[in-house]
Design a protein around this ligand. Structure first.
Ligand code: BDP
Length: 719
């Protein structure tokens, strides 16, 4: 097995008890496929059941004993009367799966008010079989908590993928629109199976070219493929497109010609793609053009698009990942008395604070169909970040959380890091913004502030590698994102279990060890890369491997030394009132806990404090000893993961076993590299010994500093 089939393998059920039970309970299927979506639902059910039950599944009449009936009130009278009788409401996308006895016939019903709900129900039902669940007395209703569940592809038109580690882009722009790769369909199936209903096809560092006619034809071809699966297409809009491809002199969002240009473009798009989702926009960030270039605000820019998209039902996802406007000039970041461009004292400048400073004043100024897309943490998808303070700061604005599925900072495609615990940590975090229980999840799903539109985004880890994600376990992160977008109350363990059962089978000798590996993996990565709240200490540009020593990057806040602030006294960034005071951006309850070194969670301590080397932490160890302990235990956990992995050898296929085994070897090597390089470097400040019971680093700091990676993957345009 090469992993191409993802979690939709549909292999014949090996356990004879389950196989017989399922065969007896499903005599055949009955779906009146009156729409493209019901047709793909039927096909999936046929393919799934035929595979799982080991024989072609029959089509039967709705009055057959043990029939499986799937449909909507308009496609099936049985479903219609069932939903009416039980007064079940499934909404736009939900479904109900029930065992029923009607006219003395035992039936399984997959019922929904919409065709898409039926498709989601079909995938859910197949999962029950794939994971050996009982289908005897079913009564499940499932409705997504977030409306727009979206993948963001950072894919360029030349097929390179920014921060992509799984080959090149699956979008073959060259052969589109005429050639429909089977991958596009399998991509849609996979996403629909986990409830993802939107995809932004292009990189946030956008090219205007995608908005030209030939490319829109290609986009339309993809939208046509995805439509039956309930997946809407979105694009990134480059703010300067009116100048670049429209030959206008300006892209000022208040200029009538500019507005007219975008309006004309959108009319055209909606003629071709009536369910086009809208635009994702990165503006005035990392060199991208934006409204500030014309003296306008983010709200002016976003609202221009919003007004144009509103009549079509489209939305604007405007990113809050900004840190340009108040940039401190290099070397000036902590000099007393200086002011930065926005007039903020340099001493208090901190990249952590910038998104909040730019966006909070605009709260309430955005149109209803604008969502501000906020990265989970304040800096940039680090192995561990506290939640972004923006989540609690904009009550009158629809916010959506953005997670990174691709492992830019988590070992890229060579490390096994299961990210559900990372996503959950943010989603479950309490902002206290509107009283206790104001979690990021409730802000994102819109339930707390009763916003009309809700959305969530994950930066995809998908490429054209045979197994889609480079590392087979990258698939689990794609899966987990989709499942949490559907229902953020699911636990990481549950999601891991679902994925393992579908991906590797139901043998407890496989399930338990793999689940243990997955559940330990994220904390291990934090420990061997950035323990105790260290952040942004990776190599410049490619972000591969450790480089805490870097101090010569083009901007102060691109340098690791800016973030860890190691000196003879200690380590960490003081973000309390005596430092940058970023903590003041949080609600008092959060701030109070984190501003005190004693009560601050040890996981975040170096995010908020400059901690003396000999300071005793809550574990009873000094900072230096704890740092050594975490770095070593992180690398040791990978060793343990390797050992556990060997125990599944007898129970899974050789191909996937060896794939993961080899990658775990690389991960262990790299974990030790991170550990050794970081400890040797920080030791030059602490001047304390690495406790002698640990294996001493086998290379010098100079050696680690001398490593170069000119061809590391994932940098914009380097493929
Ligand atoms: C950073 C990436 C960069 C992205 C940027 C973004 O290094 O490639 O363009 O985020 O999110 O993590 O816009």
């Amino acid at each position: 097995e090469n992993g191409y089939d993802l979690w939709l393998r549909y292999k014949k059920i090996e356990d004879p008890t389950y196989l017989n039970l399922y065969r007896k309970s499903i005599a055949g299927i009955h779906i009146n496929a009156i729409s493209p979506t019901l047709l793909v639902a039927k096909k999936e059910l046929e393919m799934g059941l035929s595979g799982l039950l080991g024989a072609p599944i029959k089509e039967v009449g709705a009055q057959t004993d043990n029939a499986l009936i799937a449909g909507t009130p308009s496609s099936s009278p049985v479903i219609k009367s069932f939903l009416e009788k039980e007064k079940i409401k499934t909404g736009q996308e939900g479904f109900a799966i029930y065992s029923q006895t009607i006219n003395n016939k035992k039936l399984i019903l997959i019922a929904a008010e919409t065709d898409l709900g039926v498709l989601y129900g079909v995938f859910h039902f197949l999962k029950l079989l794939q994971s050996h669940q009982s289908i005897q007395s079913l009564s499940t209703i499932s409705i997504p908590k977030i409306q727009r569940r979206i993948l963001n592809h950072w894919d360029n038109l030349n097929r390179s993928v920014e921060r992509g580690y799984a080959g090149i882009s699956i979008w073959n722009w060259h052969t589109l629109p005429d050639y429909i790769d089977k991958r596009y369909i399998d991509y849609a199936r996979a996403n629909a199976s986990i409830g993802i209903n939107g995809t932004v096809l292009t990189n946030v560092n956008a090219s205007s070219l995608v908005l030209t006619d030939p490319y829109l034809e290609k986009v339309k071809a993809l939208a046509d493929v995805f439509r039956p699966y309930g997946i809407r297409v979105y694009l990134t809009a480059k703010f300067s497109a009116p100048v670049e491809i429209g030959r206008l002199k300006t892209a000022d969002p208040l200029n009538p010609e500019v507005i007219e240009w975008w309006k004309h473009l959108c009319d055209k798009i909606y003629k071709m793609i009536p369910d086009f989702g809208g635009f994702l926009i990165k503006a005035n960030s990392e060199g991208q053009p934006g409204p500030q270039g014309y003296g306008r605000t983010h709200a002016d820019g976003a609202n221009m698009f919003a007004d144009i998209l509103a009549p079509h039902g489209g939305i604007v996802m405007w990113r809050a990942f900004v840190y340009d406007a108040r940039v401190q000039r290099r070397g000036e970041h902590f000099e007393e008395g200086k002011k930065d461009v926005a007039g903020e004292s340099i001493a208090s400048a901190d990249r952590f604070k910038q998104a909040y400073l730019e966006f909070k004043p605009l709260d309430g100024k955005f149109k209803e169909n604008v969502l501000i897309q906020v990265k989970n943490g304040p800096i940039d998808f680090q192995p561990r970040e506290p939640f972004s303070p923006l989540f609690g700061a904009m009550p009158n604005t629809q916010l959506m959380a953005e997670f990174q599925i691709t492992q830019e900072y988590l070992g890229q495609a060579t490390h096994l890091v299961y990210q559900a615990p990372l996503y959950k940590e943010c989603l479950d975090a309490d902002t206290y913004a509107y009283g206790r229980g104001s979690t990021v999840a409730k802000i994102t799903d819109g339930s707390l502030k009763k916003h009309k539109i809700s959305a969530i985004a994950g930066v995809a880890n998908i490429g054209n590698d045979i197994n889609w994600t480079g590392h087979l376990f990258g698939q689990a992160n794609w899966y987990a994102f989709g499942r949490l977008a559907w229902d953020h109350t699911l636990s990481s363990e549950t999601i891991a279990e679902e994925w393992i059962r579908q991906t590797f089978g139901n043998n407890p000798k496989v399930l338990q060890p793999i689940q243990q590996i997955m559940m330990a993996s994220r904390e291990a990565a934090v420990n061997y890369m950035t323990p105790l709240g260290l952040h942004h200490i990776m190599g410049t540009g490619h972000h591969y491997g450790p480089a805490p020593w870097v101090e010569n990057a083009g901007r102060a806040d691109w340098n690791p030394v800016y973030y860890h602030k190691a000196d003879k006294k200690g380590l960490g960034f003081d973000r309390t009132a005596t430092g940058s005071d970023a903590l003041s951006q949080y609600a008092p309850e959060v701030r109070k806990q984190w501003e005190n070194m004693k009560t601050c969670n040890i996981e975040y301590i170096l995010w908020f404090h400059h901690v003396p080397w000999n300071y005793t932490l809550s574990t009873g160890r000094s900072l230096w000893d704890e740092l050594c302990f975490r770095y070593y235990s992180g690398a040791d956990t990978v060793k343990w993961m390797q050992d556990i992995w060997t125990t599944v050898k007898a129970y899974i296929d050789e191909e996937r076993y060896n794939h993961v085994r080899q990658l775990l070897n690389i991960q262990h090597k790299e974990a030790k590299w991170w550990r050794n390089a970081c400890l040797l470097y920080f030791q030059t400040f602490s001047e304390l010994p690495i406790p002698s019971h640990y294996e001493a680093p086998d290379k010098t700091l100079e050696y680690y500093k001398s490593l170069r990676f000119p061809h590391a993957p994932g940098i914009n345009g380097n493929l």
